[in-house]
Design a protein around this ligand. Sequence first.
Ligand code: NAD
Length: 529
Amino acid sequence: MKIVVADDLPASAVDLLRAPDAWTVETFAGRPRSELLTALADTDALLVRSATKVDRELLEAAPTLRIVARAGTGVDNVDLEVASTRGIMVTNAPGANSVSVAEHAFALMLALARRVPIADGSMKQQRWEKNRLLGAELRGKTLGVVGLGRIGQEVAHRARVFGMRVVAYDPFIPPHVAADMGIDLLALDDLCAQADFITLHVPVTDETRRLFSRDQLARCKVGACLINTARGELVDEAALLDLLEAGHLGGAGLDVFEKEPPTEWTLVSHPRVVATPHIAASTSEAQELVGLDVAAGVRDYLLHGVVRNAVNFPSVPAEEFAKLQPWMYLAERLGVCAAQLAHGPIQTVGIRYYGQLAEGPRELVTGSVLVGVFRHVLSAGTVTLVNARALAAERGVEVVETRSTRPRNFTSLVSVKVHTSTAEQWLEGTIFEPGSPRITLVNGVEVEAPIEGTLIVIENQDRPGVIGEVGTRLGRHGINIATFALGRTSAGAVGVVKVDEQTGAEVTDAVLTEIRAISAVRRATVVRL
Ligand code: NAD
């Protein structure tokens, strides 16, 4: 496994990736991009901060890349569309810097309330202006948190310890969740009318861009202070300056700006503005945590396929993933099997979950079936969980997922049907015990067979002697039978022969032709898993 670390990452993160045996980690921080592009030719994982642009050129230089991890929250430097179509997982580290940002919001709030920068500036000019620098306590003041996500909640928690009343605006948080945190959810106008400090913690979206427009700023309580550690685009900066100058707003604490660095410095220079250069998350603790977080995510993905903090694929909590993993394994194999039995362009893939497996999100299992189906027809490594659905759509394959919580024969069951223009192949499978995935049905006939190695699937008329004839013909070619599973209905029988691979004998076309020549055999197909 080869991992490339393109930007500066803490040594602890790099060490974590070096830990598994036979993993090579190459670091490129500060080296020319051309060297990075060359190194990517045989790389499995790429870790970046914000300096490296993970664009089309870079992704095309990395044919074996499976995961790009961004040490930070925003993924603006990664071309998500190209990564997704190439089946590359993109992950980030949201939350690892939440406490740092929340503490910085407080640094700005306290700096404004106690006029720390002005006091410090005058001290440095050897002036003792004790009487001029009257401050205000945070205690008893109302804090309006706009966006009650990871950072907003950290801020709210700290504000309560300061003795502040906390109100919040977040239309996506149910009121009872906020109430459990002792926070009143308000409409934005009410929050603005009541809050002494307003702190922004929302992402930039179509709804939030310039959420603090001139009108909204004018609705703020006279003397209120605005703190922005989220994104500059949330605030109309010209209006903010006007309202500060007019004395309507008491102050602003800004870490982020519409343009970074600003080209117009009047707002930053205002005496009631405390400004910092987008450093809210820049603490050694946050950098360490972010680095470790993405490195652990990459390690777990490469070692166990665990998807965490993916921005182009649904993430699944580790314990849920552990439960799903055997089903993903089974599902991929059912997909491979169905595609090999189908012989021809597949038009529809139907996946039905029964019993307990029908409960909860199943994107990973459905994705695994599709990976199996396409793995059979596409070049190695081109289909992954990230792009399997998109590939299906691109190739005109309809994917139909259905569920029934009613158990059928087993507590949980996956049923896969693939349709070509001429026929349908129908397979079902379950997990008998940990590590024992089994086929339980082939084309309507119940049969219990392993789903590994090389299998010969034989559909035949149910009459005496067929097993013997199959065994004799395989024996003639030096092929030993490891297991022979049989199932029958009134319409016919199905045999699944698992070939003993120890002997090294191959199931060639000639072998299949001989089996097909047995008069009772309707179809014989080799499936390689
Ligand atoms: P988060 O996704 O955990 O929380 C965002 C919250 O905003 C959610 O609760 C969501 O429901 C809410 N929200 C979304 N749209 C909204 C709307 N229209 N009105 C009100 N609420 C809305 O995000 P987070 O990790 O807490 O980050 C918040 C912001 O902080 C982001 O903009 C992020 O870019 C920024 N940030 C800045 C720095 C920095 O260095 N200054 C570092 C990290 C994050």
